[in-house]
Design a protein around this ligand. Structure first.
Ligand code: SF4
Length: 289
């Protein structure tokens, strides 16, 4: 049986917040009987864009991660609700706007913090996956339709088909440790959740400082090589997708005609810019530039 899924590409989100504005436009001041009462003007973000910055100047990057209800297959909100929150056969999780009245306790049932309290209507509320539009024949949500970069993609597929997409595109859920089996999956999530080790390689010759492109850079962990790359035109290298909190790294950098440098990184508590790594001339061989 086909069910709805949402795929979010962290590498494509530019933090324009068109998704948030489209959600507001669809739900604020609008009553969709059977689906949701009007979303409050302030305080509620049924889709929200989280930000994370990694590294240290000048080797930094910023990732934007749209977050909303994950429409979990094993949803704590459903379990806590005595029927006021339910999962539809097509995978969408809805809060019943009538039977959930007064159920402020449901706000705390979501480990993702996706449920907000609507004081004026006396109900808990969250993303509905635009179920009122889906049921009217739409093939997407307002947020996915409004995204100008294609960072939000709706899929209507069987679980087996989705497993193939997960494998092909390297998708992963946010916070799998919550154990709720989310239906929202992310591409390039490492840009938000993982660390990098980076640096810049430079050399001085005849009083001129220049970056060294094409220098071999290796990453070892506990003595075992786990990555290899070469520096770019600006002498920069980067090893990404490293688990935070891991340790015992060594970076080796070498370039023909220059000495080899080795830098140790004990614990990777956050992404690390190793700064400028200077290589000295050891022969008269032509520099790689
Ligand atoms: Fe329920 Fe939270 Fe999962 Fe949405 S993300 S289905 S609100 S537990």
């Amino acid at each position: 049986m086909k069910k709805w899924r949402l795929i979010i590409d962290v590498g494509s989100c530019q933090d324009c917040n068109n998704c948030l504005m489209a959600c507001k436009d669809e739900h604020m001041d609008n009553n969709w009987p059977g689906y949701s009462l009007p979303q409050p003007r302030h305080g509620h973000r049924w889709i929200d864009v989280a930000r994370s910055a990694r590294g240290q100047f000048p080797l930094i990057d910023v990732a934007y991660v749209p977050r909303m209800c994950m429409h979990c297959d094993d949803a704590p909100c459903v379990k806590a609700s005595s029927g006021a929150v339910y999962k539809r056969p097509d995978g969408i999780v809805l809060i019943d706007p009538e039977t959930s009245k007064g159920r402020r306790d449901l706000v705390d049932s979501c480990p993702y913090g996706s449920i907000g309290w609507n004081e004026a209507e006396n109900v808990p509320q969250k993303c509905t996956f635009c179920a009122h539009l889906i049921d009217a024949g739409w093939k997407q949500t307002r947020c996915s339709q409004a995204c100008p970069t294609g960072a939000l993609r709706v899929e209507y597929v069987t679980d087996a088909q989705f497993a193939g997409i997960v494998k092909k595109d390297g998708l992963e859920p946010l916070h799998p440790e919550y154990g709720t089996r989310p239906r929202v999956y992310y591409k390039n999530l490492y840009r938000y959740a993982k660390c990098f080790i980076a640096g810049s390689v430079a050399a001085e010759k005849a009083g001129v400082v220049d970056c060294v492109s094409g220098a071999k850079s290796r990453l070892l962990q506990s003595g075992k090589r786990i990555g290899e790359t070469v520096t770019d035109t600006y002498g920069d290298f980067r090893f990404d997708n490293l688990e935070p909190g891991t340790s015992d790294y060594v970076v080796e950098v070498e370039s023909p005609g220059r000495d080899k440098k080795t830098i140790a990184v004990d614990v990777l508590s956050t992404s690390k810019n190793l700064g400028t790594i200077w290589l000295s001339q050891v022969s008269t061989e032509t520099e790689v530039r």
